[in-house]
Design a protein around this ligand. Structure first.
Ligand code: COA
Length: 144
């Protein structure tokens, strides 16, 4: 059965962080955004995650990760789409992301590359932007 995507609970945080670590992504600050984190469960195991940091009309999509054993089956795409729907429900108009490793994944979902300086200043001060992701990361955005 396809993994079910639901909102994360605080009890999910350790498993989410484990998946983030295993996927080579920064975990800094994620604990402040559990309320807008999604998880994908297969049986009761967390096999995918995606998180949003909300900044008014803008959001930062981060921590999109799928367990290595279930990659390539569309789960990353489903998680990203679910995160975009969640952002839309929060009144977000522009979703940004930083990535070093998935520069060809997100354009399939309508994200386009932008300059770092074009990012909403409210997002630029986030921990992910200022410390967690290196300056060499690609910056992408999607209007929703
Ligand atoms: C990126 C990631 C979330 C994709 O998850 P996934 O479940 O394997 O992705 P999907 O099966 O939904 O793939 C959708 C499409 O993207 C492609 N794709 C998947 N990962 C990709 C990557 N890293 N780079 C380029 N393309 C990728 C797939 O081939 C597929 O293409 P298709 O529709 O033309 O067949 C997963 O590889 C991962 O956890 N990577 C490590 C963490 C990471 O880099 N996260 C992104 C930064 S926040």
């Amino acid at each position: 059965m396809a993994p079910e995507i639901t909102a994360a609970t605080p009890a999910d945080l350790p498993a989410v962080l484990e998946l983030i670590d295993a996927s080579g992504l920064p975990r800094a600050g994620l604990d402040n955004h559990v309320a807008t984190t999604l998880v994908a469960r297969e049986s009761s195991r967390i096999v995918g995650t995606a998180a949003l940091e909300l900044y008014g009309g803008s959001a930062l999509l981060r921590s999109v990760a799928v367990a290595a054993a279930v990659r390539g089956q569309g789960l990353g795409q489903r998680l990203t789409t679910a995160a975009l729907e969640l952002a839309s429900r929060h009144g977000v108009r522009t979703v940004y992301l930083l990535t070093e490793t998935a520069g060809e994944f997100f354009p399939k979902l309508g994200f386009t590359m932008i300059e770092r300086s074009a990012v909403d200043p409210a997002v630029q001060v986030s921990q992910e932007f200022t410390t967690a992701c290196p300056a060499s990361a690609l910056v992408m955005a999607k209007q929703i």
